[in-house]
Design a binder for this molecule. Structure first.
Ligand code: F6R
Length: 263
């Protein structure tokens, strides 16, 4: 794992956007795993701008989102289908037939979960999976005690996650208590992971997730087991990290980051 510190949330999202843009230029039919949430909004805005101003081409990209609420239809403004359309898809030249999210309205959630895994497999697996970090330490909606071998399935949300996300609902009591989510095992099967974490409210959980012991109580600690994982954070989110100086040194000196420095 490599951790990269950037001064602001804007800089952190900018770096993540440039990493995705590089991956896309190297493989135009990239299979990109997507996340939702407040942290990602800035990143999607930047990718849309790169499409408009630099011609970043999404026409061949296939996307798989991490999760969707159970019981919300795709045209519900609080659904992740709607979020993706609103924040990202409608701003770029992506073929909507190549964008996939789990169907939270499926009659049989187990069948839907299995078929989602099969779709990922048919595309050859996820090349780059984007991740945010929830207050409870989840990736996707993998709440505490999610098995590190878990696959896409329905999952009950913790009160902490409900409190975190019900802020987005006009009527917080409408926030679903369950979701369909890729499993930790599904996420770990991705060829590369990029986690983006910003803001002081994430400082404590970020330190546990990347510097603490690996535990299924904090599903994000599973990323420590991945062989190709980069965590991009701003100074606020990084404020409780122990090895900050080391991470800064890596970014300033490792050849891998040279093309991104000073931009
Ligand atoms: C959403 C998802 C979640 C979020 C996490 C952080 O698709 O996978 O794990 O990434 O809850 O959300 P924000 O960015 O709203 O703090």
């Amino acid at each position: 794992m490599q951790v990269v510190l950037r001064p602001t949330a804007e800089d952190a999202a900018g770096l993540a956007a440039r990493m995705i843009s590089k991956a896309l230029r190297e493989k135009p039919d990239l299979v990109l795993g997507l996340a939702t949430g407040t942290t990602m909004e800035r990143l999607y805005g930047m990718l849309a701008r790169m499409h408009r101003e630099e011609g970043l081409d999404f026409s061949l990209v296939r996307t798989f989102n991490l999760d969707e609420y159970i019981g919300l239809s795709s045209d519900d403004v609080h659904s992740y289908h709607y979020y993706m359309h609103d924040q990202f898809f409608r701003h770029v030249n992506i073929d909507r037939r190549n964008t996939f999210l789990p169907d939270g309205m499926a009659k049989d959630l187990k069948v839907e979960a299995r078929s989602y895994e099969e779709k990922i497999e048919r595309c050859g697996g996820i090349d780059v999976q984007l991740l945010g970090l929830g207050t409870v330490g989840h990736i996707g909606f993998n709440e505490p005690l999610s098995s590190f071998y878990s696959r896409t399935r329905d999952k009950s949300l913790t009160p902490t996650t409900v409190a975190q996300n019900s802020r987005m609902f006009d009527d917080p009591s409408r926030m679903p208590r369950r979701a369909l989510t890729m499993g930790v095992g599904t996420i770990l099967d991705s060829k590369a992971l990029i986690m983006l974490v910003t803001g002081r409210s994430k400082a404590g959980i970020l330190a546990k997730a990347i510097e603490g012991p690996v535990t299924s109580m904090i599903s994000a600690t599973a990323i420590q087991l991945h062989h190709d994982c980069r965590v991009i954070v701003d100074e606020e989110a990084a404020s409780s990290l122990e090895a900050k100086e080391y991470y800064r040194w890596i970014y300033e000196n490792e050849p891998e980051w040279e093309e991104f420095r000073g931009k």
